[in-house]
Write a protein that binds this ligand. Structure first.
Ligand code: NIG
Ligand code: FE
Length: 363
């Protein structure tokens, strides 16, 4: 090797080198787990039935309200470090298990502290509109979101995005529009959980309000995909969730035909996806959703960066961007989809620093 003016030499001969993975949709901060519900779903109960009986998100809300901010930071930090060990260098993280002002703020402060304590970049999203708290009328809760929570979130600069779980049985498209438009007035960029459980005009809404992305999209309408393509709304696909909930895949062929840009995320959360590893998202994207390996690789890098409106900083290896680089042990890029459950991350570089080697964070 020739003269190296400064820095360290990392021998990457024979290995595929990629941009660090971006995971643009996760819920990594929460109290407790929901393995009992998982067992019920294996027995045939549906996600919606469990949610409507007061379980699901609301059971995580009870456990998250009971947890201290320090406990949430500890648990969230461990999960983000596990993501890093699989090659993720930027992760989005949502609130949404508080559903009251104090707990939503506690979650967002915990997310901020997780970001300060790990070498991974953590991008915060306010998801107060994740569900409706028990014994509260929906209209009253929406008023609370808009009049009390959003101003506090904005005042403390706790989030970059505002997200909504848009489903006819939770926040329908017109509720979601109200919330996202209010978020925009506080400078928060809209994101939407759209058309996951039922077709609910979530894709149309995402395009209409100028959301950066619409996530899930298991049941979007044809019109919804057309307007997303026109508006440049990114389809944030979550094939790990689809696998874990045993759902039918998102209509990737239709998205491709219409020119909808596709990003990929783990959607890590205690209910619908316990996946932390972006390499496994790639496997599910190819095998379950029928994406090509190149589409899936773009989904976890360049398009995931687009899905966070951060393409100027991350998502590709280019001069001027943050040096987030993943050195794998893969002899060919196709191995990323082909080697199920293999962790390809040998050296992970975040912001120009080596932060993880062979799956272990470097101190
Ligand atoms: O993205 N769909 C709504 N929110 C999460 C699930 C949250 C949960 O079940 O705790 C999701 O899948
Ligand atoms: Fe989600």
């Amino acid at each position: 090797m020739g003269h190296v003016p400064r820095g360290k030499v990392i021998d990457c001969r024979g290995c595929v080198v990629l941009p660090g993975f971006v995971d643009p949709h996760t819920h990594p901060v929460f109290g407790g787990w929901r393995h009992g519900e998982f067992e019920q779903r294996l027995g045939g109960r549906t996600y919606k039935e469990i949610a409507q009986a007061g379980g699901g998100i609301l059971s995580s809300v009870r456990m998250t309200r009971a947890a201290s901010e320090d406990e949430l930071v500890g648990a969230g930090r461990a999960r983000v470090l596990e993501m890093l060990s699989w090659g993720t260098t930027t992760v989005e993280a949502k609130s949404g298990y508080g559903l009251d002002t104090e707990t939503e703020l506690k979650m967002l402060r915990a997310i901020r502290r997780v970001g300060e304590s790990v070498p991974v970049a953590v991008v915060p999203t306010f998801l107060g509109a994740h569900s409706i708290p028990k014994d509260t009328a929906k209209e009253r809760y929406i008023d609370l979101l808009i009049e009390e929570m959003l101003p506090r979130v904005a005042e403390e600069k706790l989030a970059r995005f505002c997200d909504v779980f848009c489903e006819d049985f939770i926040f329908n498209a017109s509720d979601s529009r109200r919330i996202l438009e209010a978020g925009k007035r506080y400078g928060l960029i809209p994101k939407v959980h759209a058309d996951e459980i039922e077709s609910s005009a979530g894709a149309e809404l995402a395009a209409e309000v100028g959301a950066v992305s619409a996530a899930h999209l298991l049941k979007p309408s044809d019109r919804g995909l057309e307007v997303m393509a026109e508006a440049g709304t990114i389809a944030e696909l979550l094939p790990g969730t689809c696998f874990f909930l045993r759902e039918q895949p998102a209509p990737v062929a239709k998205m491709r035909e219409r020119g909808v840009v596709m990003a990929l995320a783990t959607d890590f959360n205690p209910g619908s996806s316990t996946l932390l590893a972006q390499p496994l998202t790639v496997v599910f994207a190819c095998v379950k959703y029928g994406m090509t390996v190149v589409e899936a690789l773009r989904g976890v890098t360049v398009n995931a960066a687009r899905s966070l409106a951060l393409l100027g900083d991350i998502g590709t290896i280019e001069p001027g961007k943050r040096a987030d680089i993943l050195v794998t042990d893969l002899p060919d890029y196709r191995h990323i989809a082909y080697r199920v459950g293999h962790n390809p991350a040998r050296v992970v570089i975040c912001g120009g620093e080596v932060v993880s080697r062979d799956g272990i964070p470097v101190r």
